[in-house]
Design a protein around this ligand. Structure first.
Ligand code: NAI
Ligand code: MG
Length: 485
């Protein structure tokens, strides 16, 4: 079994405490590897390395060179894809096909920001004076990046690529459950041209993340994870007035009008919440169905959900793997019990039985119906394969229910009436709105939430902007004194 080390200043380092912890395979409940449990001393070493790298040359590396490094990382990612996809599945539980899809997106993300690195620029402003006024963009400096476990390497890429593009250096902490693909990918950083210390990788629990947030020499924190931790990070970051960007999940409505294409609707509702075992920040976990098709659609979803094949993600016929950890299994099964008290069960509601499912952290794809939007299962993020089906009468009621949530990450609307769709698009309080689809995500398009789903945007030029700061430059073109005194 492999024992990994942290990457600090281009060297593989054990934790100062010497402590390690186990990383599990959620499909088998077996230990996969051991990684360092980093503490404040390790965090401080990594931040110092990132600072030295930034001041010692990285800040002067051209956009063209940073872009080329990113393109090399993309190419290398594609070459390593089969091996890393398998590791991603072993560590996270997700079906291999989904890991392959994710890692292709990782490569695409590095490519996109590789191209963007030569296109970041400032502006010349039309000020009322004989002067040249400019707004130029500069890197923020040292970024701390805290990653969740649901898309381990992809969420790392969404933070690494724009930060490299913008010219920052960074300390990145993968989730304690799923650090392996990032640690493996980090082996090629130097070969791809990343100077020592530009990207430092530290493994550890929440305490490691907290030390990074509290560190006085980190300029910015980028976080994806729970609302609860997002709030803690914002409070802690206030102490040193760090910039923060937060992506905090949601309780996204997936809205089906009676005039939607029926087959596409059934498929889209299931895909929206069962993909990646439901461990998706933008999961369409509230399925709103207009009354004329409510019963028919519920029955069709239930029938189709029964055919979802659970198993080890390495088996290519598997459509749903285990959830990521024992903790997450307990969390999801707890919500299943709450759901049974709050609503009616269409299908699932417990743990599956069957060969090969004994040891892993498997849960049944679950559909609750006749759910009240005030019920716990309609308000709290479950982050597992649990759907809450809610009926509605008309457009106004659909909107009222959809927006009645503290979250605002995503929403989807299904109908053949384009005018109705567009009216909904304008009124839905969500950072991402899909029409007649749910979940497609592109590196070109902004990703982030309204309301309590977060602050800031990832991907596209918006993603790079989070790692930049704007400097105003005023160049006086008069040669005379100001003449005031
Ligand atoms: P979490 O928010 O505790 O963990 C996410 C990351 O934050 C991990 O790297 C973790 O080590 C780190 N972290 C934890 N406490 C921290 C602290 N005080 N300071 C700095 N970093 C800290 O999420 P957890 O506990 O794994 O999952 C709980 C729930 O969070 C899930 O059921 C789901 O609802 C939500 N979640 C949302 C995600 C999203 O994509 N928006 C991703 C992961 C979880
Ligand atoms: Mg937590």
């Amino acid at each position: 079994m492999e024992t990994y080390r942290n990457l600090i200043d281009g060297e593989w380092a054990v934790a100062d405490s010497g402590k390690l912890f186990d990383v599990m395979n959620p499909a088998t409940d077996e230990v996969l590897a051991r990684v360092p449990e980093s503490g404040p001393v390790d965090v401080d070493r990594a931040v110092k390395a990132a600072r030295r790298a930034f001041e010692g040359g990285w800040r002067d590396v051209t956009g063209q060179e940073r872009g080329r490094i990113l393109l090399r990382l993309a190419e290398r990612m594609r070459r390593e894809l089969p091996r890393l996809a398998e590791l991603e599945t072993r560590n996270s539980g997700k079906p291999l096909v989904e890991s392959e899809f994710d890692l292709n997106d990782v490569a695409t993300c590095f490519e996109y920001y590789g191209g963007l690195a030569t296109k970041l620029h400032g502006e010349v402003l039309n000020v009322p004076d004989n002067a040249l006024s400019m707004a130029i963009r500069e890197p923020l400096g040292v970024a701390g990046q805290i990653i969740p476990w649901n898309y381990p390497l992809l969420m790392a890429a969404w933070k690494l690529a724009p930060a490299i593009c913008a010219g920052c250096t960074m300390v990145i902490k993968p989730a304690e459950q799923t650090p392996l693909t990032l640690l493996e990918f980090a082996r090629v950083f130097e070969e791809c041209g990343l100077p020592k210390g530009v990207v430092n990788v530290l493994t550890g629990f929440g305490e490691t993340g907290a030390a990074l947030v509290a560190h006085g020499d980190v300029d910015k924190i980028a976080f994806t994870g729970s609302l609860e931790v997002g709030k803690i990070i914002m409070k802690s970051a206030a102490e040193t007035l760090k910039k923060v960007s937060l992506e905090l999940g949601g309780k996204s409505p997936n809205i089906f009008f009676a005039d939607a294409d029926f087959e596409a609707a059934v498929d889209g509702a299931l895909f929206g919440v069962f993909i990646n075992q439901g461990e998706v920040c933008s999961a369409g976990s509230r399925v709103l169905v207009q009354r004329p098709i409510y019963k028919k659609m519920l029955d069709a979803m239930v029938e189709k959900a029964k055919t979802i094949k659970l198993g080890d993600g390495l088996d290519r016929s598997t459509k749903m793997g285990p959830v990521v950890s024992k903790e997450q299994l307990e969390r999801v099964t707890r919500y299943q019990e709450v759901g049974k008290r709050e609503a009616k069960v269409g299908v699932g509601g417990g743990r599956p039985k069957g060969a090969g499912l004994e040891k892993g952290y498997f849960v049944e794809p679950t559909i609750f119906y006749d759910v009240d939007n005030h019920a716990t299962i309609a308000r709290e993020e479950i982050f597992g394969p649990v759907m809450a089906v809610i009926p509605f009468d008309d457009e106004a009621e659909a909107l009222q229910i959809a927006n009645d949530t503290p979250y605002g990450l995503a929403a989807a609307v299904w109908s053949r009436d384009i005018f109705k769709c567009l009216r909904m698009v304008r009124r839905l309080q969500a950072g991402i709105v899909w029409v007649n689809h749910m979940q497609p995500t592109y590196v070109e398009a902004p990703w982030g939430g309204y309301k309590m789903s977060g602050i800031g945007r990832e991907l596209g030029p918006w993603g790079a902007e989070e790692y930049l700061q704007v400097k105003q430059v005023h160049i006086n073109l008069n040669e005379q004194p100001i003449g005031w005194y």
